[in-house]
Design a protein. Sequence first.
Lengths: 127, 127, 127, 127
Amino acid sequence: MNPCPTGIGATAWVIADGYIPPRSCGPEPEMTSHDSICMLNAGDTRARVEVYVYFTDREPAGPFVLAIAPRRAFHQRINDLDGPEHIPVGTDYCLLVTSDVPIVVQHTRLDSRQEANALMSTIAFPG
Amino acid sequence: MNPCPTGIGATAWVIADGYIPPRSCGPEPEMTSHDSICMLNAGDTRARVEVYVYFTDREPAGPFVLAIAPRRAFHQRINDLDGPEHIPVGTDYCLLVTSDVPIVVQHTRLDSRQEANALMSTIAFPG
Amino acid sequence: MNPCPTGIGATAWVIADGYIPPRSCGPEPEMTSHDSICMLNAGDTRARVEVYVYFTDREPAGPFVLAIAPRRAFHQRINDLDGPEHIPVGTDYCLLVTSDVPIVVQHTRLDSRQEANALMSTIAFPG
Amino acid sequence: MNPCPTGIGATAWVIADGYIPPRSCGPEPEMTSHDSICMLNAGDTRARVEVYVYFTDREPAGPFVLAIAPRRAFHQRINDLDGPEHIPVGTDYCLLVTSDVPIVVQHTRLDSRQEANALMSTIAFPG
């Protein structure tokens, strides 16, 4: 039944424009400003995902370790990463996402600093 | 006259950030919040397209089967998929789109939860 | 002095989500709702570009023929294409852009139907 | 400890839709309308980056030379480039970004000409 038993995608992905807007308008948590990595593990094997966060003025943070079950979507707000550290708002960063099986990564930001929210999204760069 | 008689694109595409915003401002259906897959079949052969929807907490839904005539655009709101099931709003999902001939897939969301609409778009990931 | 004398990019590009929003808020022409193809010809040879427009219910229109001088940017609003025909607003379409030399194509929409404008952009799919 | 000691990405990148919106709403510099190139140098070698700016009606400007330290993010507003010249607002342009080591480039615009800001973003085209 699975159309992609061995998965689809790549095992390394980069997002270069990371930024969590520091203010929000509208009901939490739905309209809270956030940066997200949206991932698909289409294959039949559990994915072990590691996220590294690069900053402008210090060594990278991470890895933040996530697990994605087979045939599952996994949307992770960067705001909510909390181990080994918390990513600060209002700070420029980049992300490297690695996985032991192929996944696909898309980057999306919701910015509700002003009264109507703005959105941006792109498929990440597959390395 | 057809500049691409054998088509252009790929036969598998992934969108990782699927989400239909659960509210809308403005006249329906034009300004209704929606997630869309926009597809081009540039070739001279009819495309049989299958859409699989992956969730965070259950097995995938689908395939939703679509047909795209030769040399035609086909923009499908995910809101409007209704067989074998309806995709719920306010729910994280991912999409796998397969085709028996090359097509191109672009993912676009219109979010009109707040007073002025937001847009995001990306070419999907070709597998 | 030219860092790319032979150009950079591809000779066929696809945009699958074409749509010119049928209304606008704000001063014309700057804030007029539009769909654009933004192109770079980085090489030292003039580019002959052909744009084909695919619809959901009729045969494609075009080619619309454009010329891009060497080492030049060229941003074309689809609203302003006028030969061999005019692209209607409020209509789903896809675009195929071909060139005799490598170019890069990015697709951007400004939607000012509601009071604050929305934007979306993606690098097109290189064929 | 570095998951990508030799870096990840490409050594040439193109952004075709460059434009700095000529007006802004909201507090400076956070909400100032801008075009940005967001870059990651994930490797262990300093990157020398050159940015060339292409216009519609004159020869390219640049190179603007930037340095990205190893394992660092670097987000550069085009508004703030000031040598060898300043990029005018309200003007169509394209960008070519070259690097002597692999980097990843993402293009993002914040447009706050109207009361609520709009955003767009895409991974640039790797050449």
